[in-house]
Design a protein around this ligand. Structure first.
Ligand SMILES: Cc1ncc(COP(=O)(O)O)c(C=O)c1O
Length: 390
């Protein structure tokens, strides 16, 4: 059996996904297929490196040495054709922290910050919590696929937007933006003097026929206008280890960003275990990742086929990457509260409600497919039975 087929009991491990069901769904009787982590073990080399480190038994302040930065440099070169200089790197506990810092470093309260909706919930929170003005460029949804409304984007960028929090690849709609789209976005941002904060946390989770292009690789000018946030956390299931990094090729911008981090008491460090796991994953995790991506694509295909055959009311949006499927439930004709309730009480699955990604998502649910096939089959069976029993 593939290592991705094995079922592990994650209950009682302080898992947000498995141990917070009562708080989140008001029921323990749901199969969790929500928060974006995976029910798979990290690569064995990562686990071994952590065990070796723990055997040492001393967890003092930990520095980031050349081995760690080189593992990132080499990963970006190998996987994304991106040649970065190690001096461009800043380190942060998480991508959401980094986006917070970027907004603080480069915009002022009241400034306009643009997002493309529906989108990952913290993007909204960052803008609200920092008293910036939210400007939305809703994505176009047609034939179970999302594209960018460039006319609207240009109009909004021209209205005095200071920064754009860009989700690439996009959570939850699963788009891996192509070169043409990225070029248009980048050119418009340069034209209207809008900085790009590019959240590329899902960059490695791309189906085999797709390619992720870091927007900063399009040209030197675009690179200088971009702050890119990345991490091994989604890729290798390391979210609990708080290790991520930011790539800023422009020296002045990097100093500004680092200053914002310092002002909040962050000092360009990673915790001992995060440091160890990041290096081991980037050095030894490639074969594991290539297998994972194939499994995820098969899972996406399976869900689409099952719904098409047995519950055609549910339409899976065509995705090109990530382990999150965005499912159009509008044919069920339920309002947002009813839809959420239906999935918990009738289907007994714990999904992310589409309404949390913006008003455009109210008729959608997000399903996390990064689980063993047997778990996925159980979840999909529950949903289909509930739809058929209506
Ligand atoms: C687009 C996106 N950005 C950021 C994160 C979270 O990143 P972190 O845990 O590093 O803050 C997620 C997690 O689901 C995500 O989907």
């Amino acid at each position: 059996m593939s290592i991705f087929g094995k079922v592990y009991d994650r209950k009682q491990t302080r898992s947000v996904k498995w141990d917070m069901l009562q708080e989140v769904f008001q029921s323990n009787d749901v199969l969790p297929m929500w928060v974006a982590d995976m029910d798979f073990k990290a690569p064995e080399e990562v686990n071994q490196a952590l065990i070796e480190r723990a055997k040492h038994g001393i967890y003092g302040y930990t520095t980031i040495d050349n081995d760690v930065s080189s593992s990132i440099v080499n990963w970006l070169q190998r996987r994304h054709d991106w040649k970065i200089d190690p001096s461009w790197l800043s380190y942060s506990p998480g991508v959401v922290n980094s986006l917070h810092m970027a907004v603080q470093a480069f915009t002022e309260p009241g400034d306009k910050v643009l997002i493309q909706t529906p989108v990952y919930t913290p993007f909204y929170n960052i803008i609200k919590e920092l008293d910036r003005e939210m400007v939305k460029n809703p994505l176009i949804y047609k034939d179970q696929y999302y594209t960018i409304d460039f006319d609207d984007l240009e109009k909004k960028l021209a209205s005095g937007v200071k920064a754009f929090i860009f989700c690439s690849p996009h959570n939850p709609v699963g788009r891996v933006w192509n070169k043409d789209e990225l070029q248009k976005i980048a050119d418009l941002c340069l034209q209207y003097n809008v900085m790009i904060f590019s959240d590329e946390i899902h960059a490695d989770l791309i189906f085999p026929e797709e390619k992720h292009i870091p927007i900063a690789t399009l040209s030197e000018e675009i690179s200088k206008n971009t702050i890119t946030c990345m991490a091994p956390s989604k890729t290798f299931n390391l979210a609990g280890l708080d290790a991520s990094y930011v790539i800023t090729s422009d020296k002045v911008n990097r100093q500004k960003l680092d200053k914002a981090f310092h002002r909040q008491g962050f000092h360009n460090m990673l915790n001992t275990m995060g440091n160890t796991a990041l290096e081991a994953a980037y050095q030894h995790g490639e074969a594991w990742l290539d297998e994972l991506v194939q499994v995820l694509e098969q899972h996406a295909h399976y869900v689409r086929e099952m719904f098409e055959s047995h519950a055609p009311e549910l339409k899976v949006v065509r995705s090109e990457g990530t382990y999150l499927l965005w499912v159009d439930c509008s044919a069920l004709e339920l309002n947002k509260q009813e839809l959420k309730k239906f999935m918990v009480e009738q289907a007994r699955v714990g999904l992310n409600a589409g309404q949390d990604y913006g008003t455009e998502g109210e008729a959608f649910m997000r399903i996390n497919i990064a689980c063993p096939k047997t778990t996925l089959e159980e979840g999909i069976k529950r949903i289909i039975s509930a739809v058929q029993a209506r």
